[in-house]
Design a protein around this ligand. Structure first.
Ligand code: SF4
Length: 241
């Protein structure tokens, strides 16, 4: 008798869902998605975001309590010298450059904005060490008025895996996300994608078998090499983020 051939069906996504539908599902999976940099106000978030370049939020959160206890606002930090600040951020990579950035930033806040953090993209990106990404973190988290979607490594990877973009350049990825998602969701989008990227859709080994949107993800079970950054050349710091 001829033996029956057993065909194992591979789990394949059934469809590519509209981005907003998938975002809503991801939000239901991560209802507490939020900015994971500890802060009590705009000044602290601005400093924490500058410190987060090339390091993890966890490391930044370990350093900032002492930093903010010593320098609670821009006026206090503006009077410091970078050498005073260095020991407080020495656990972070590129700490000398970051200490210099923080002091320069505080001095610019005092000189040009009365010690307050400005609320417009134009003013924020004129501050030393502050780029579009940092500005959007502050605008989104503090005032919910982002001028775009914050695209970090997790957001870029997820957007590629979900086929919300074909681009790899963060500025172009941001434009694609802004086109596909309503403005009122821009701020939460990055927090949701970062939460999912940190907890489920890992860069090297995404946990597709445990992922609640695998039926709608075009990269499910074949994502290992999708959306990952090429190997970085050693020790290059992008100061402006
Ligand atoms: S974990 Fe897998 S199924 Fe889920 S979003 Fe990432 S690639 Fe898609």
């Amino acid at each position: 008798m001829a033996s029956k051939k057993v065909v194992t069906k591979k789990a394949e996504p059934k469809r590519t869902a509209p981005p907003l539908e998938t975002l809503d599902r991801l939000h239901a999976i991560h209802p507490d998605a939020h900015c994971e940099l500890d802060h009590a106000n705009a000044f602290q978030l601005l400093c924490a975001t500058v410190l987060s370049a090339q390091t993890t939020d966890v490391n930044v959160n370990k350093a900032t309590p002492k930093l903010f206890a010593r320098y609670p606002d821009a006026n206090a930090l503006a009077k410091a010298e970078p050498l005073d600040v260095e020991p407080l951020v020495a656990t972070l990579g590129f700490f000398r450059q970051k200490a210099k950035s923080l002091v320069g930033l505080a001095r610019a806040l005092v000189e040009n904005h009365g010690g307050n953090v400005p609320q417009s993209m134009d003013d924020l990106v004129k501050l030393p060490g502050v780029g579009r990404k940092t500005a959007n973190v502050v605008l989104g988290v503090i005032w919910n008025t982002p001028d775009g979607v914050v695209v970090d490594t997790h957001v870029g990877r997820l957007a590629t895996r979900l086929r919300w973009t074909k681009n790899t350049d963060p500025v172009k990825v941001e434009k694609d996300l802004c086109k596909r998602l309503p403005r009122e969701r821009w701020n939460i989008t990055s927090h949701i994608l970062i939460f999912h990227g940190r907890r489920v859709c890992f860069a090297r080994k995404p946990a597709c078998d445990k992922c609640g949107i695998r039926d709608a993800c075009p990269s499910a079970f074949k994502a290992e090499n999708v959306g990952r950054k090429p190997a970085r050349s050693p020790r290059v710091l992008t100061v402006v983020t």
